[in-house]
Design a protein around this ligand. Structure first.
Ligand code: SF4
Ligand code: SF4
Ligand code: SF4
Length: 338
């Protein structure tokens, strides 16, 4: 079978479980109408094997997510193993860990500091936090930003922006930063997973999308910080691309080029947003659905409307996986494309 080159970064989804019920959640196993084949969850010894194999394959950066990764019983041992292996192999780097903060503790923060974890906590609004997540815990997340700052940790306030919370985006980002977060990550809501059920209530229109970028730039300028967008945006949907100095935005899909994902059972996907399994980390060749992998790795997916665009080398027309989820092919339009 044909061998493929893996990107240098990987996201490990440690558990299918979560203690939030976010309406915007794109985890494919929460999609009501699509059946995702959840496998047997890996135990500590299996995760250690996976991590060693990933380093053997040339991986440099590991991120941790879920579900909610703090619910994984052996999270501490997995982090300690990554720290030990990365140092042993001369590749020490921060581990990015994404959490909703609900069961955060001082013990976890101290472990994260020891293991060079960069903590990214989700804050999808203040007044609308409960509407988005099912849990009333904005204050709790802000508290843990304060405690992490006291320990000298760098953290990110991570906001999924929807039609429901854009009116309080300025306050949400400001409170995240004032309470100790050192940087900002904003993700426009992308349909997928459970989010497919709430699409009409949450999808940003073009004015709101540009409002999201403008508000974030304003907060970053006032606070003298920098931030990023996490989900790629079609370049022509941005009204004034040159005006963002503090906020960096992506216009090229990184799936299968910059990173890939391993699910709680060792199944491989091109991106956390993708419901499609393309391989298994325990197999010799790892990637079995080479055609789908190459579609992303070789950028064979531009919509017809982009074929003659002079920006095609630097723009992938937003999210190619959301195009597939919504319209049945990675070569369709993104939900935010004009
Ligand atoms: S978005 Fe994150 S915190 Fe929310 S339900 Fe999904 S996995 Fe849980
Ligand atoms: S490549 Fe497509 S989405 Fe990007 S700027 Fe050109 S036409 Fe717009
Ligand atoms: S498929 Fe590509 S554009 Fe979509 S979320 Fe994943 S990395 Fe971003």
């Amino acid at each position: 079978m044909e061998k493929t080159t893996l990107p240098k970064s990987v996201v490990l989804e440690l558990t299918y479980q979560c203690n939030h019920k976010c309406k915007f959640c794109s985890c494919p196993w929460y999609a009501r109408h699509v059946s995702y084949p959840m496998g047997q969850k890996l135990n500590l010894e299996q995760w250690k094997y996976v991590i060693d194999k990933l380093y053997d394959c040339g991986i440099d950066n590991i991120s941790i997510s879920g579900g909610e990764c703090l619910l994984k019983d052996c999270l501490s041992d997995i982090l300690l193993h990554i720290k030990d292996e990365s140092w042993k192999r001369g590749k020490p780097s921060d581990i990015v860990l994404i959490s909703n903060g609900l069961i955060m503790s001082m013990e976890y923060l101290q472990l994260f500091k020891y293991c060079n974890v960069h903590l990214s906590m989700s804050l999808p609004g203040i007044e609308t936090f409960k509407w988005h997540t099912g849990i009333d815990n904005a204050e709790g997340v802000l508290y843990w930003f304060q405690e992490a700052q006291k320990l000298g940790m760098n953290t990110t306030v991570n906001v999924t922006v929807t039609k429901k919370n854009i009116h309080e985006l300025f306050e949400t980002l400001s409170l995240g930063l004032l309470n100790g977060a050192s940087s900002v990550l904003i993700n426009r809501f992308l349909p997928g997973g459970r989010g497919l059920e709430y699409m009409d209530e949450m999808l940003l229109d073009n004015e709101e999308l540009n409002g999201m970028l403008n508000i974030t730039e304003e907060v970053l300028t006032l606070s003298n910080r920098n931030g990023h967008t996490g989900t790629e945006i079609p370049l022509c949907a941005i009204q004034s691309p040159e005006k963002y100095k503090r906020l960096s935005y992506g216009t090229q899909c990184a799936a299968a080029k910059g990173f890939f994902v391993i699910d709680p059972a060792g199944q491989v996907r091109i991106c956390n947003h993708s419901p499609r399994i393309v391989g298994n980390i325990f197999d010799d060749n790892i990637i079995s659905d080479i055609a789908y992998w190459k579609t992303f790795a070789q950028r064979q997916y531009h919509p017809t409307m982009c074929q003659s665009c002079k920006s095609i080398k630097m723009c992938d027309c937003g999210c190619r996986e959301v195009a597939n989820i919504l319209y049945g092919s990675p070569s369709e339009k993104d939900s935010s494309a004009l």
